[in-house]
Design a protein around this ligand. Sequence first.
Ligand code: ZN
Length: 197
Amino acid sequence: MHIQQFENHPNRHPNFRGCNNSISRHTLMLIRTHCTPMYTINMHIFFKYSLIEELKNIIDLLTHKNKYANLRSVIYPSLLKFITSSKIQKRRIVQIQKVWEKIEPQFGDFLFKQDLYLEVSKIVCYVHTFGCEGWFDIDKNEIHVRTEESSLKNTIDSIMHETIHLPTYTSEATYKEREDLVEKYMQMKQIQELLVI
Ligand SMILES: [Zn+2]
């Protein structure tokens, strides 16, 4: 089952695999208790631009307009931007990586100390030119952020926001509850300090 959640879209996936986290969380607690706590601290985000992912995004934008109608910030596809996006995004990835590599160890440490365990420590973040500010795919442990018309600081904010969705996701929570929970973490001092870019 392919599961994604788009920002601001209410309860798109009510049948998410429930409390699947219970086993991995328990296992991870054991790891944390008995082993060197390296799991989340060693997290790494790989930034990618994928034409296929962008095309999937564009098709979704064009075929599910209602879904995006209430989102606060959406960029719809344009041919000109699409033609140039590969080159621009590759340049942006370099800029993002430069900032992110300084933040990542502290962010991983933050997740670990908050008991936010990622199912996989290597996460792919696809950068996009179109769409809403960001979304995540809980099944694939992927995140997506739109860099177009977004400052570097805002993009970094989105990367952290979407990443925190992964370990905090539960189908039992409403969309608002999920967002409120992520925002609670985002407002914490340690995160806000990382956002002084
Ligand atoms: Zn969110």
